[in-house]
Design a protein around this ligand. Structure first.
Ligand code: NAP
Ligand code: GDD
Length: 345
């Protein structure tokens, strides 16, 4: 009999990759989809017709219990969230309800259907919980034992989700694991996140559809991997005899500035930086045209300056390792955006 898995956040980046992975492995894949007329529904139906969609919302516990009754899952992957850090400052209460309390709602739904011993649970925890402030081990990076100091309503909500998952594991014996994932990107990343915003703009600049891109803080550093690699790690966590928490990361960190330089280089533009602070611009060295400007609207009330992860535990216990490296990731994303933008000229 095929195993059944329920994914929340099926319309998101990771939901897309995870659904493909589980389908390849022969699972019956169910996806929770929110809203009366979610515009992303048609895309899932078209691209992933094997996904059985169930209507529901992480803030609506009845809908989560119903989803458990329909899918009868052996594995639940809780990927649904208000996931944009900048947006969480603008909608902090909604973020607490969905990204934080939503985790409690789905754990309670597991209990409501008596699934404590039969359902394995994955919680999408995040490197945002570390916050970057106690980064004091250069070159080593955050691991599962590092201190948390979230710097956004999103990070705080995720920390609640992280601890309530651990608490339900300890209290009720649920096979519940938290993946503390560092940033992962790719051709399915939303354009509201900085990497996709850059690669999409680079493609449009190349095709003459846009003159420049406007960004916020160029100096924060992120440990960026490829989403397709990371969903493999999620699945591996739920295949272990015992539940546990794992960091998934690359062990490398790069600035937004470096990402921009590599992305523009993919279309043959050598970026030169001129000016300072909000007046800094990125110039095409060959033409002197401004292709990048700073817009303070994209600054955050509090910033996570540096994220660097140490994936040693996941590599040793899960046998997981990222495959796509940083230049490979930038290249993959620019190529995808050139193809997509070229198609719709
Ligand atoms: P994403 O693309 O932003 O997807 C978020 C998903 O959550 C969407 O499918 C969205 O569905 C759904 N959602 C939002 N509100 C909901 C609600 N009230 N009820 C049910 N579903 C709701 O995020 P992602 O990059 O795939 O990330 C997946 C998970 O991993 C998230 O929890 C994120 O916080 C976490 N994470 C991501 C990263 C990363 O670098 N990508 C790193 C660490 C942790 P709609 O179609 O309804 O909007
Ligand atoms: N989004 C965005 N847009 N970020 C910008 C911009 C811009 O125009 N300009 C500069 N940045 C900076 C942000 O200030 C931040 O320091 C960095 O780029 C990365 O921002 P995002 O791509 O929005 O990602 P994030 O690191 O804040 O959060 C992502 O990774 C987390 C894991 O560490 C999200 O996927 C979270 O859901 C995830 O938990």
């Amino acid at each position: 009999m095929a195993k059944s898995a329920l994914i929340t956040g099926i319309t998101g980046q990771d939901g897309y990759h995870l659904a493909n992975l589980l389908n390849e492995k022969g699972y019956d894949v169910y996806g929770l989809i929110r809203g009366q007329q979610n515009p992303k529904r048609d895309r899932v139906i078209k691209e992933q017709p094997f996904v059985k969609l169930i209507e529901g919302d992480l803030t609506d516990q009845g809908s989560l219990i119903r989803a458990m009754q329909i899918a009868k899952p052996e594995e639940v992957y809780n990927l649904g969230a208000i996931s944009h850090v900048g947006h969480s400052f603008k909608s902090p209460q909604l973020t607490a309800d969905v990204t934080g309390k939503g985790v409690l709602n789905i754990l309670e739904a597991i209990r409501a259907v008596g699934g404590e011993k039969t359902i394995r649970f994955y919680q999408a925890s995040t490197s945002e919980m570390f916050g970057g402030l106690d980064y004091n081990r250069p070159g080593v990076g955050y691991d599962e034992n590092s201190l948390f100091h979230p710097r956004s309503p999103y990070g705080v909500a995720k920390l609640y989700g992280h601890w309530i998952t651990k608490n339900y594991r300890e209290s009720y014996g649920i096979h519940a694991s938290c993946g503390i994932l560092f940033n992962h990107e790719g051709d399915r990343r939303g354009v509201e996140f900085v990497t996709r915003k850059i690669t999409n703009a680079v493609a449009r600049i190349k095709l003459g559809k846009q003159t420049h891109v406007e960004l916020g803080n160029l100096d924060s550093k992120r440990d960026w991997g490829y989403a397709g690699d990371y969903v493999e790690g999620m699945w591996r966590m739920l295949q272990q005899d015992k539940p546990d928490d794992y960091v998934l990361a690359t062990g490398e960190t790069h600035t937004i500035r470096e990402f921009c330089e590599l992305a523009f280089a993919e279309i043959g533009i050598k970026l030169e930086w001129q000016g300072e602070d909000v007046n800094e611009v990125g110039i095409d060295a060959a033409t002197d045209k401004t292709v990048l400007k700073i817009n303070p609207d994209f600054f955050r009330p509090a910033e996570v300056d540096i994220l660097l992860g140490n994936p040693a535990k996941a590599e040793e216990v899960l046998g997981w390792k990222r495959k796509v490296d940083f230049p490979g990731l930038v290249k993959l994303m620019v190529e995808t955006d050139l193809a997509l933008e070229g198609e719709v000229i």
